[in-house]
Design a protein around this ligand. Sequence first.
Ligand code: G1P
Ligand code: ZN
Length: 537
Amino acid sequence: MFELVPTKPFDGQKPGTSGLRKKVTVFQQPHYAENFIQSIFDSLEGFAGKTLVIGGDGRYYNSHIVQIAIRMAAANGFGRVIVGQGGLLSTPAASHLIRKNAAFGGIILSASHNPGGPDGDFGIKYNASNGGPAPEKITDAIFAKTKTISTYKTLDTQDIDINKIGEIELANIIVEVVDPVSDYAALMQTLFDFDAIGDLFKSGFKMKFDGMGAITGPYANRIFEDILGAKNVVMNGVPLPDFGGHHPDPNLVHAKELCDLILSSSGPDFGAASDGDGDRNLIIGRNMYVTPSDSLAIIAANAQLAPAYAAGIAGVARSMPTSCAADLVAKKLGVPSFETPTGWKFFGNLLDAGMATVCGEESFGTGSNHVREKDGVWAVLMWLNILAKRRESVEKIVKSHWLEYGRNFYTRHDYEEVDLARANDLMNNLRKSLSGFVGKNGIKTADDFSYRDPVDRSFTEGQGIRLVYENGSRIIYRLSGTGTAGATLRVYIEKYEADVAKHNIETQAALADLIGQANSIAAIQANTGRAAPTVIT
Ligand code: G1P
Ligand code: ZN
């Protein structure tokens, strides 16, 4: 029944910020996915007889690759596979299942917020036994294996029925099909004050949640409507292989329908959305969009209102490009703040070591030590918990936060699908000129961000060009590690404003000066051929 299939290496199977991400058409090449999955298994040791969690965000090709992964797990000697019904699991729910079942690890099928469908993107990611994305040590090993692979192991068997909850025996393993939502929903109930949130909804509080045709629809339906009793909350709540044509990235551009609804003076009180695989979140209140950086800071400042965090948080971690707003909260709380490279994998050690409790990224990612991934629905529940306890509007909560801490104006300008060579040139030119920037226009320091992990001492470099001004303003340039076509240049711009009289200026206007400098310093227009960013968040 077991088969050893001969194969040849493919170029470019290098895991990026978050696993291997390519066009569906690339994954459709014979043996392409199998090679990568075998390379994952070949990079691991000691999993014989152990449990592997498998699931994905339901995008096109998910159901096909789930079957391949199950067969290969069996042939490679795992003892049990836990798979979400229909092959579905949100990324945070997969992280939780790994932890809850003390699994050896998990394979998550997702390209996160990237579009799906036959012409869209697909992705495969390995998560370790702590439930978090594999650290670089493992992703480097996987990449090395993909370059020398000559065979993969699989099982000669038909697809198995993973639409029914229960256990199936397959060769030497048990395949356990689980409800994708139940365990996750139960975890959420241990973290937050569901009674208080239920009372908030009973009092007439109105919310809309946009599932964007992706994985979180079933989670939102169960948690917000069935358990918490809110009515008519979920829009685009059925996971579809092409996400119903949505680009499932919860931001002001791609969640426009939701934002238009909430950002009006007669709209619902609260709006939220999540991405393709359920780890990102968008938070908006009536007339008030909350930047992810502010959301992290506000969550850190108010976490103790939720039962699981009532004793206080141990520390806050943010990715380097995320605004410094959370640092100010950590300082006031008297807890450490950490600045890590981009990507959730860098938070794992801090969370495992109990050094940080709450983590976040400017890219609509927020989470805590309850799992080892960012978690969209968690962030929404955290906000609901805060709203239920404070009984103030989102706008009031945000503005009083700025009043107390000052406001970190923040924007990110993305230039998508830029010519790769030109983007690399732009970054290399900046890198070469670093010392020349210092002292000009108030720039205090200029560097290429590197990070020494305080737990395992591993070192990561080349994580983004960072210009820091005397007054704390920052301009950061980095290239995306998740795109599948050309290069995406990300420019992050931040300015601190203590003066409350200036807190209500529109963000792009407040940052106009710095935006101009960011454009001219990197000669973005000349180097990319683009007059304006593709997406501004
Ligand atoms: C992007 C975000 C990053 C996030 C990652 C996965 O990566 O910027 O914060 O962790 O997606 O969701 P990038 O494309 O910038 O490498
Ligand atoms: Zn995601």
